[in-house]
Write a protein that binds this ligand. Structure first.
Ligand code: AMP
Ligand code: TRP
Length: 332
């Protein structure tokens, strides 16, 4: 059976980008067609300046939202990364496989290290080595497919390279995975800056729809979305990124092809109203289920306990095998 692994970082509140680019497909498709593991990858939240209480809170919220989005613990394994030691254990071996040059070429590293420096902050070493930990997340589970948004394909490519290199040097150990980006919603852009992706850790939330935003907040954000100077509604990602993003979101939420949907509108206002309502309807059941899960903390704890156990049982033998393959003496 196909094995799927994917993760989400608790660095901010989950956004519409996370949902349309990743989580929705995990819930609607992936957990039914494969042996799927999904993880709130909390160790990855420590690569930039962080507040411990906030990471704790956001990790719990992310798990609850994944359940609210429809991940079913009877069908997939849901767990928190730091509950399973194998990730950190394997990450070190992959740091010993990756090169400095390879890690420095990662776009996300370049962008985030520049941003940290610009803000007068120091750059944590873990920001550079982060793709080795991400590769460990994936390789520890003999993963075949990694459903992620567009922004993560470079990291998955690196994971493939590391798996192949490790296998060549030390004998076959890892399955070589591949990224599977979604057809629509692979890159939801910020509503205030449609040339940048809708990311959860932006300073200013005006262009970001969070999954737990109230309907009126969603409407306000969509109605204030930056559009382009033209008048007629056309789908042109290059020259009309704002309108194209709205059409993409509409297609992802309500179905249809963005270019065809464009033909149905004669004004930006009407398009925005329909986008707002489509998003509100997609988020409504999620917010409702989230509220009832918050009232059942014992259930969420039990899901995480069981998820970590199942994940450990898969990862342990794979990571043990890798330790032996590189020449580490097995304990007696
Ligand atoms: P992150 O929030 O960086 O942990 O990302 C979790 C998942 O959501 C990854 O698969 C990302 O590729 C996906 N994702 C994050 N932001 C967006 C976005 N704006 N559009 C589409 N997918 C996204
Ligand atoms: N790096 C991913 C992101 O920023 C999150 C992530 C960590 C992940 N480990 C993973 C995604 C393993 C897929 C598989 O979105």
């Amino acid at each position: 059976m196909t094995r799927i692994f994917s993760g989400i970082k608790p660095t901010g509140h989950l956004t519409l980008g996370n949902y349309l680019g990743a989580v929705r497909r995990w819930a609607e498709v992936d957990q039914y067609r494969a042996d799927a593991l999904f993880s709130v990858v909390d160790l990855h939240a420590l690569t930039v300046e962080h507040d411990p209480a906030r990471v704790r809170r956001l990790s719990r919220q992310a798990v609850t939202l994944l359940l609210a989005a429809g991940l079913d613990p009877g069908r997939c394994t849901l767990f928190v990364q730091s509950h399973v030691d194998e990730h950190a254990r394997l990450s070190y071996l992959l740091e010993c496989t990756a090169t400095d040059g390879e890690l420095r070429r990662m776009i996300q590293y370049k962008e985030k290290s520049a941003a940290a420096r610009a803000a007068g902050q120091s750059v944590r070493v873990s920001l550079l080595t982060y793709p080795a930990l991400m590769a460990a997340d994936i390789l520890a589970y003999e993963t075949d497919e990694v459903p992620v948004g567009d922004d993560q394909t470079q990291h998955v490519e690196l994971t493939r390279d590391l798996a192949v290199r490790f296998n060549q040097r030390y004998g076959h150990t890892f399955t070589v995975p591949r990224a599977t980006p979604p057809k629509v919603g692979a890159r939801v852009m910020d509503l205030q800056d449609p040339t940048g992706k809708m990311g959860k850790s932006h300073e200013n939330g005006a262009g970001i729809v969070y999954l737990l935003d109230e309907p009126d907040v969603v409407r306000r954000k969509v109605m204030r979305a930056v559009t382009d100077s033209g008048r007629e509604v056309a789908y042109d990602r290059e020259n009309r990124p704002g309108v194209a993003n709205l059409l993409d979101v509409l297609a992802a939420c309500g179905g249809g092809e963005p270019a065809e949907l464009a033909g149905a509108y004669t004004s930006y206002g009407a398009l925005k109203r329909d986008v707002a309502e489509a998003v509100v309807e997609v988020l409504r059941p999620l917010r409702e289920r989230h509220a009832s899960l918050v009232a059942e903390p014992g259930y969420v704890d039990a899901v995480l306990r069981e998820g970590a156990e199942r994940a450990r049982a898969v990862a342990r033998p794979v990571v043990d095998r890798a330790y032996r393959a590189v020449g580490l003496l097995p304990p007696g």
